[in-house]
Design a protein around this ligand. Structure first.
Ligand code: FAD
Length: 503
């Protein structure tokens, strides 16, 4: 087959890939982005690009015949999931033993499906996780750059206090206050001006129309509207979609070689393509990038990759849970899908937890307060290559999830006791399951900065090979991770474009 070559190739178009593509394009370097998901720009028969959580169809999930929503049940009834046609939908749930991981698929990666919460970590915890990174440079330059490029904004506090759409948040805030816990507003990339117009009835509803995990049709500043639009605007960047890179290697002249499967809407491989490039940027996310590197090392394609490749993976301590409110503490039938507040108990050194107050936007009163707890779980796992099947497996155990659950339970037992409330037992599938301990939204690590790579994301053992995504983060960052991933990618690109690509 013919080989397509480009000076630079970026694998994946999530946060890490989008930053790399923009900065390469601006530097005048012709860049090809390979993305396994679709470009989400074409309306379906209903006139919408994405489907809502209330009425999922083929666009919802990545090659599934039934949706696999994080909340499997409500009152133990399987009302949440629906049969669908297999299609390259926007949300994937990747199953490993004991842990499944939600990721976005498409041009924009996780930005298409996530809750938009744009949180900068505490500087002290950032430094704990990244002792070799100059924190003053991060907090002075790269975090502000990332926030401004991503379009981070905050909810108007006056509107927040009065709107029915955030009653669920105010109810959870009250329960936290009764416990003596601190809550804090959380910034978001969803345009809150647009959301207020949705509430006023002058704009088409998206966050107020049950859209989020299968994509937002309006209001959200996903990467296709920010970094990637600018990248394409440089004239130097091309994005190929529905192309999954399955192997990377190095030619004898030092250039990078890639093999990618191009698929159609049924998932059938219609073409296997060969690529080559001088500079290779890995932005496939914690799972995608780590899998490619582990396989390359253990099949002998890139034998100089070190033993830290595949290691240091964690869930950011994710645990989801629901509390049952008293009958007078309503959460409201109408709930915005964009969270704007968290319970911040991270300073509690005994049991650090940052818990997002999450919506349950199903259109009727539930009396459920839902949370995504981010706990300081120190457990880490590794990916290994199974030579008999060619699969890359994650060695996460149920006992490792139990550590997150115990930490979340410690905090929410306090909240329940102060409010005389109990947990909800009907949300996560099997009866009596209170804590969702088998999935996460925040996969982090696998190619940890300073271990598998140098201090700037250059992969050790090779030159002109870079990691720019969530696999650099050592398993935990204490808050929702995309601002950190974006800022680290900005830092890598600033360095690489000065030191590595100068003619
Ligand atoms: P990703 O964004 O995952 O991008 C990787 C891209 O590479 C994907 O598009 C993928 O399809 C593509 N890819 C992977 N492998 C290959 C391959 N071999 N060939 C070609 N393409 C490939 N974080 C927050 O900060 N705030 C939130 O509110 C928040 N909410 C979330 C809600 C949900 C439902 C989910 C799933 C995640 C949420 N996250 C949130 C997490 C956040 O989205 C991720 O941390 C972030 O997207 C990771 O960025 P990344 O660049 O590492 O990879």
């Amino acid at each position: 087959a013919a080989v397509d070559s480009a000076p630079a190739i970026v694998i994946g178009s999530g946060y890490g890939g989008a930053v790399a593509a923009l900065r390469l394009g601006q530097a005048g370097i012709r860049t090809l982005v390979l993305e396994m998901g679709r470009l989400w720009n074409t309306p379906g028969p209903d006139g919408k690009i994405f489907c809502s959580t209330a009425a999922p169809d083929q666009r919802s999930m990545w090659f599934r015949t039934r949706t696999e929503a994080p909340l499997a049940t409500f009152l133990w009834l399987d009302v949440v999931n629906k049969d669908i046609t297999a299609y390259p939908g926007a949300l994937d749930r990747v199953h490993y033993a004991n842990m499944s991981v939600y990721v976005g698929r498409g041009v924009g990666g996780g930005s298409l499906v996530n809750g938009g919460m744009a949180v900068t970590p505490l500087q002290s915890y950032f430094t704990e996780q990244f002792p070799t990174v100059d924190a003053s440079e991060m907090y002075g330059t790269y975090f502000p750059r990332a926030r401004s490029m991503l379009g981070v904004n905050t909810v108007d506090p006056t509107w927040f206090e009065s709107t029915e759409w955030y009653q669920f948040t105010r109810t959870s805030r009250k329960a936290a206050a009764n416990t003596g816990l601190k809550t804090t507003f959380v910034p978001n990339v969803y345009d809150f001006g647009y959301m207020q117009r949705e509430a006023a009835g002058t704009a088409t509803k998206s966050a107020l129309g049950q859209e989020v995990i299968y994509g937002n049709n309006y209001g959200k500043r996903s990467l296709d509207k920010t970094y990637l639009a600018s990248a394409l605007g440089t004239g130097n960047v091309t994005i190929n979609t529905l192309e999954k890179v399955k192997a990377i290697g190095r030619a004898s002249d030092g250039s990078w070689t890639l093999t990618a499967d191009r698929i159609d809407n049924t998932g059938a491989v219609v073409e296997t393509k060969q690529y080559s490039c001088t500079y290779l940027f890995l932005g496939g996310g914690s799972l995608g990038t780590t899998e490619l590197l582990v396989r390359a090392r253990d099949t002998g394609a890139l034998p100089a990759l070190n033993s830290s490749v595949g290691a240091g993976w964690g869930t950011n301590g994710n645990t989801m849970l629901g509390r049952a409110n008293h009958i007078w503490d309503t959460t409201g039938a109408n709930q915005s899908t964009m969270p704007v507040m968290g319970i911040d108990d991270w300073a509690n050194t005994d049991n650090p937890v940052f818990a997002e107050i999450a919506p349950l936007p199903i259109g009727f009163e539930t009396w459920v307060s839902l949370y995504l707890a981010i706990t300081k779980n120190p457990e880490r796992a590794s990916f290994t290559y199974d030579s008999s099947t060619g699969a890359v497996k994650l060695g996460w155990s149920a006992a490792q999830s139990a550590v997150s659950v115990a930490m979340a339970k410690k905090l929410f037992d306090r909240i329940n006791s102060a409010n005389a409330t109990i947990y909800r037992y009907d949300l996560f599938g099997s009866s009596n399951k209170v804590f969702a301990d088998d999935f996460c939204y925040h996969p982090l690590g696998g190619c940890v900065l300073g271990k598998a790579t140098d201090n700037y994301g250059r992969v050790k053992g090779y030159s002109k090979l870079y990691v720019t995504d969530g696999s650099l983060v050592p398993g935990s960052i204490g808050v929702n991770p995309f601002v950190t991933i974006t800022a680290l990618a900005e830092r890598t690109m600033a360095r690489v474009l000065v030191e590595d690509t100068a003619p």
